[in-house]
Design a protein around this ligand. Structure first.
Ligand code: SF4
Length: 285
């Protein structure tokens, strides 16, 4: 079988940074215990389980505010996706030791939005519904209009000439321009800034312009936005049959029957050893 390993593989800078922060906090004897993670530090179950095995408590399942209400002391780590200002304030009020692992690319988006809000702009933010990065941004102000599909654009009704338009860092670079074009024709004086991060675009480009193969395998967590977008780009732009798996165990081996060539890519939060394990398996076929 021909195996094309698409590059890059492994963690992006933001994920590496977040994991380093968590390990530093765990290994520091002066860290106030217990250590809590507010949501998943990155979207990968393998990484989360490893962190849990080191004694960190991962708070999940409710809104971030409700989760904060359930704790009264110790250290709270904010994930790479960022949090809304109210979450910082609440954690501070409660006297928790705050450790912020937000990716610098996400922090830039927060900063730009706040700057434009101070200038009395309305904000249009394009993102994935219920994704923690979007939730963190939307918590900045109620003057942020959330867009996740074309219908949302049609339903927009903003009476302000000053509009700043931006987006979640892990969207598809092949979809975003349609949104920008429609928004620009509806609000011609708006300022648009594409904030899809470099780690996302290089992976999407590698997938979109890859050599033709029978099957493309995307390795990533089902919650990972950038991994899901890689599968979308492979299907829709490269027009290659694509399957998604989280690890070797979840790889549907039936999909490999009759396949002579595969490509393999992985999300920015997928540990490299998981992808390598799948590559080694493919080599045996
Ligand atoms: S995918 Fe981009 S925005 Fe997300 S953590 Fe990685 S570098 Fe940061």
């Amino acid at each position: 079988m021909i195996i094309n390993v698409l590059s890059p593989q492994g963690y992006c800078g933001g994920v590496k940074h977040a994991i380093e922060i968590v390990n530093k906090v765990i290994n520091d004897p002066n860290t106030k215990k217990p250590i809590y993670l507010l949501g998943q530090i990155i979207h990968n179950e393998h990484v989360i389980n490893e962190i849990k095995s080191k004694g960190v408590i991962v708070l999940e399942g409710k809104s971030k505010l409700e989760l904060l209400d359930s704790i009264n002391f110790g250290t709270i780590i904010f994930s790479a996706h960022g949090v809304a200002p109210i979450i910082y304030e609440k954690a501070k009020e409660k006297g928790l030791n705050i450790v912020d692992a937000t990716c610098s690319n996400v922090l830039i988006v927060h900063k730009k939005i706040k700057e434009f809000l101070d200038l009395n702009y309305d904000i249009i933010y394009i993102g994935s519904p219920k994704h923690p990065e979007s939730e963190g941004v939307l918590g900045i102000s109620n003057k942020i209009h959330f867009i996740s599909n074309i219908d949302d654009i049609n339903n927009l009704n903003i009476n302000n000439k000053n509009i700043y338009i931006t987006n979640q860092t892990t969207l598809s670079m092949f979809d975003i321009n349609e949104y920008f074009d429609l928004l620009k024709s509806k609000y011609p004086t708006s300022i648009i800034e594409d904030k899809i991060c470099r780690a996302t675009t290089v992976r999407q480009e590698a997938v979109a312009y890859q050599e033709k193969v029978d099957l493309c395998i995307v390795v990533g967590d089902k919650m990972s936005s950038n991994s899901k977008k890689l599968a979308k780009v492979s299907n829709e732009i490269a027009k290659i049959k694509t399957i998604f798996c989280e690890d070797l165990k979840s790889l549907d081996k039936n999909e490999l029957i009759g396949i002579n060539s595969v490509s393999i890519t992985s999300g920015a939060s997928t540990p490299e050893y998981i992808t390598k394990e799948i590559i080694e398996y493919l080599k045996t076929l």
